[in-house]
Design a protein. Structure first.
Length: 636
């Protein structure tokens, strides 16, 4: 009954949306987001009960056992607990800045969960710092009768902020209301009119994109297929915008994407203030974070001393008559210093950088920006984009909706259109605001050509310097090794890990070893030829990592070999890419490999050599893979 009513609602919305009503569109987004929220919360609760803590540890959703480090107050006056993972392997984990977590103690007969959740402040390898409430019983973490652990907690905050953003946008008047009506209708976006500016270090399409960004009064989209220099173009557009505006806001869906664009902007000489901690914790990245800058301010020692005095005053059991006066005086002085430090930090910064959800940080309260830049916009839910848009006069989207889509776990919500991004919606309604970057600098032309034909209407061209580059003379840039002639079949491991094909994994490493032997060890090490082994399934990734660790042959090359899922390779490239497709069955079932955008990402990571391993009979029942098989066969 529920499914029928949902289908009816979607069909009704579809009919209504022929009129392109912004409010109806946003109401539909809210409904779909509610479905996604319900599904994700239910799945989290079920997994927590059913799969057991050891399984959560192996999935990277929990650390256990933990070694407790120090506890302290950080520069943001948050109580922090430092913990270390006692890990004996390189198991990936899913902890990153801003994610909610929960401590627990596992004993023989029961498991005790600490009720107050914490938030990841930052993670560096096997060390993590968790910010907890002031009332958190830190002393209770010193357990002697069980194992201390920490697990990811359900992220209510992100959903709450997205729901609030949708409600705010529906009610909006003024500039936000104007952008809402513009983005959901065919109303023409306004532009300035001035001659093209020249940028000698950019190619023609990159130069055109920067000019279109500068001309846009309301919205512009930079569509950057793989290897086309999207980040280079975006950095230049931000730099040029800052010649006209005093400050801009730069956001992205993930911390990693924010880090990447921030680092490039710093390299360009811009003063960047990064709200939130980076995923890669090194001196260069930390140097432009808000927290590190706050600590480095000359007034900070005075502020720290006052905050310490406040904490000590709170612990006094016997409170004198003037206790409240003292506390008020200290708090007032602390607030005054904090406001002064923030005014200086934000006044000096030309770029404020954060995640989409991070743009709701209280530090940005009351701030407005002439321009908002959203990088990797094709991976962000519509609702998440509306969180920072309220702070901006105009919006520039950058990304590629032919690569990885947003993560949507509820099938009904996905079917209803939750996976369709705001960038994609605007690109369809207003193609005139889109600039496609057409010249790619990453791949051999034969690798690029298939992607260009299938995804980009054959509009891509290769830069001369990469057009024919290869590792070996007369080498085929693309190879598909048909694994159907071998006995191996896929095995189902579990919902979260998917499938594994052990025979195909063995063949993957044999293929890489054979190719390495053709190149020669000395040349591989001298030229640092790097390799990416990609599989869509986490189980296959973990099995491949185990095999590489065990193989003596690969010992000298391990620092050059990365093994990960498609999502893990987004934004990266390697000289050699090997893809293990895993699926092998008589029915031609290929699961989420039907999402061709993932395969577009996988294929286009390769600079000079692409090797695909897969069961031809299973895969080529789908037209995309049949076309890919025929394309590679024609290269011989």
């Amino acid at each position: 009954m529920f499914r029928l009513s949902i289908s009816f609602i979607f069909s009704t919305f579809a009919q209504m949306n022929e009129t392109l009503s912004p409010i109806l569109e946003l109401q539909q987004q809210r409904l779909l987001l509610q479905m996604e929220y319900d599904e994700e919360k239910k799945a989290f609760q079920e997994h927590t009960k059913i799969i057991g803590m050891l399984r959560r540890v192996s999935r990277g959703d929990a650390w256990m056992p933990l070694r407790l480090g120090k506890s302290y107050y950080n520069s943001l006056n948050q109580l922090c607990v430092e913990v270390y993972r006692n890990a004996n392997d390189d198991t990936d984990h899913n902890f990153e800045f801003g994610k909610p977590v929960q401590f627990f103690v596992q004993r023989e007969k029961d498991m005790h969960f600490f009720s107050a959740p914490g938030t990841v402040s930052y993670v560096d390898g096997d060390r993590m710092v968790v910010a907890v409430p002031d009332s958190f019983p830190v002393a209770d973490l010193q357990v002697s009768d069980g194992q201390l652990g920490v697990q990811l907690f359900f992220d209510e905050t992100s959903y709450r902020l997205m729901f609030e953003a949708l409600e705010r946008t529906m009610r909006a008047k003024g500039r936000l209301g104007y952008l809402r009506d513009l983005f959901y209708t065919r109303q023409k976006a306004e532009t300035f009119s001035f001659p093209d500016m020249g940028f000698p270090y950019l190619n023609a399409t990159q130069e055109h994109a920067v000019n279109e960004v500068l001309r846009a009064k309301d919205v512009a989209i930079v569509h950057g297929p793989p290897g086309t220099g999207k980040t280079t173009t975006l950095v230049e557009a931000i730099y040029e915008t800052l010649r006209r505006e005093s400050q801009v806001l730069v956001c992205a869906q993930s911390n990693m994407a924010v880090d990447w664009i921030s680092e490039k902007l710093v390299d360009r000489g811009l003063n960047v203030l990064r709200i939130g901690n980076p995923t890669r914790v090194d001196d260069k990245m930390l140097s432009f974070t808000y927290e590190r800058r706050f600590e480095a301010h000359p007034d900070y020692p005075q502020l720290w001393a006052i905050r310490k005095a406040i904490r000590e005053l709170r612990t006094q059991r016997k409170r004198s008559d003037n206790w409240h006066q003292k506390m008020d005086r200290l708090k007032s002085r602390a607030t005054e210093i904090e406001i002064r430090i923030n005014a200086e930090l934000f006044g000096e910064a030309r770029v404020i950088a954060c995640t989409l959800v991070g743009s709701a940080n209280r530090l940005l309260d009351g701030m407005k920006f002439g321009t908002l830049f959203i990088d990797e916009a094709a991976q962000a839910l519509e609702a998440a984009c509306w969180i920072p848009i309220r702070r901006a006069g105009r919006v520039v989207f950058a990304g590629d909706h032919c690569q990885l889509p947003p993560t949507v776990k509820c099938y009904e919500a996905l079917k209803g259109g939750l996976g369709r991004t705001l960038m994609e919606r605007i690109a369809n309604l207003k193609p005139e605001v889109v600039t496609l970057l057409r010249i790619q600098y990453r791949m051999h032309e034969d690798i690029m050509r298939f992607s260009s034909d299938w995804f980009y209407h054959n509009q891509m061209v290769s830069a001369p310097e990469v057009k024919h580059r290869s590792i070996l003379d007369l080498d085929l840039p693309m190879t598909w090794i048909d694994t159907s002639q071998y006995e191996g079949k896929e095995e189902f491991v579990g919902e979260s890990f998917g499938r594994v094909n052990k025979t195909e994994a063995e063949l993957t490493l044999l293929s890489l070893q054979a190719y390495f032997e053709m190149i020669g060890k000395e040349r591989i090490l001298d030229e640092r030829l790097d390799v990416g082994i990609i599989s869509p399934y986490r189980a296959q990734v973990q099995y491949l990592r185990q095999l590489v660790r065990k193989r003596e042959f690969f010992k000298p090359f391990r620092h050059l070999i990365s093994i990960n899922t498609v999502d893990g390779f987004q934004g990266q490239e390697r000289d050699i890419i090997i893809i293990s497709l895993v699926r092998s069955n008589d029915e031609g079932q290929i699961g989420f490999l039907r999402d061709l955008r993932r395969m577009n990402v996988a294929i286009t990571r390769a600079r000079m050599k692409l090797i695909i391993l897969g069961d031809r009979h299973t895969m080529t029942k789908h037209p995309f893979y049949r076309k890919l098989w025929d394309y590679i066969a024609a290269l011989r």
